[in-house]
Design a protein around this ligand. Sequence first.
Ligand code: PLP
Length: 426
Amino acid sequence: MDTDRYKELARNLDRNDPLARFRSRFFHGDENLIYLDGNSLGRLPLQTADRLEKIVRIQWGERLIRSWNEHWLSLNRRIAAKIAELIGAHADEVMIGDSTSVNLYKLAFGALAAAGERKTIITDDLNFPSDLYILQGLVSRHFPQKQLRIMKSADGIGVDTGTVAAHLDADTALLTLSHVAYKSGYMYDMHEITRLAHRQNALVLWDLSHAAGAVPLDMHGSGADMAVGCTYKYLNGGPGSPAFLYVRKEIQKRVANPIQGWFGHSRPFDFSAGYVPPDTADKYAAGTPGILSLAAVETGVDLLLEAGMDEVRKKSLGLSVFFLDQLNEFAEEAGFIPGFPAESGKRGSHISLRHPEGYRISRALIAPQDIQVPVIPDFRPPDNIRLGFCPLYTSYADVYTAAERLKQIVSDKSYLRYRQRQDEVP
Ligand SMILES: *Cc1c(COP(=O)(O)O)cnc(C)c1O
């Protein structure tokens, strides 16, 4: 199909898009900027900016310490309940606070301590490096008798269900995976994998960082035991906004919090000397929440709940399929290797294109030296250009232009004008 046909198609798809109205609820500093990195840092919801301004000036500035009772003490409960709704959990199974890494540490520690003699921790080489570091540290410092087994992906994209099944046995203490892989966008079948682990009585801990707000989740329906996830990606909570965790009600008694801080106490403001955890996921909190970044999470979650995750998923796949259609014939000849699952049902909301010149191509997209519009994807070494499709603010027209820019940069080799990789945050 020729370029003009795609342009026309994009216009029609946008006109009939039930989520199109959400775009104007986000801040757009530069209307021309095409942002395809919401899987790393989501856009700013307009209402978040207003809310934060009020919280800073009125709640902190004027009301000072009185705001703890007036607003702040109830904030984490309220937002945790909304995240619970978004991921198919009950309100008392979700805690919001700390970072994803810290929450993973707490839950993996709690799960391993509860695993008795079982020795193996299973994960894969597609997992986020921080997750692997934390597991390595837990084994070497606290559980030297246990062993980390890292499943290898044959194609660098995914790990099939049969391979996971083959690794599970009666010695498995914990299976922990990213539901959607950060680089390839590969999505595990959460229901099936959880079922296989439970057949061996092993606990399962999912990292939902690239899944929450990107794909519909049903933590209860899947039977999953535990999860962690971040809120600054598809939930649009802002840089470093607090992470969340989920622990299924029935196993909360078994899985203790290794950081027994006062905010994880049943009555923190009694200031009593002995630790008594509450009967809810609040026991996985530790210290005082960062109120400003916590408050920044709420609007992003509200917007997703209002849109509905089924609609979000429909458009997410619509966007990635439209993008790939446009690249179809061009991609291979231009030297791109698909770094994402071919089957759309097996991917999250981002894709990864591999190219030996991936870094310079992504620089050329981000910082055009001519009048072209900037397109922001991100780059993950060694050769992955990641493109995130966020249905609440990404239009089909954005995707059309991004694909055209990509074709142009590779065809005219304008990426050769850019330096090789040096930046800290690629
Ligand atoms: C983004 C991401 C994280 C982030 O961890 P932080 O501790 O919040 O920085 C963790 N795990 C995965 C899979 C991620 O994609």
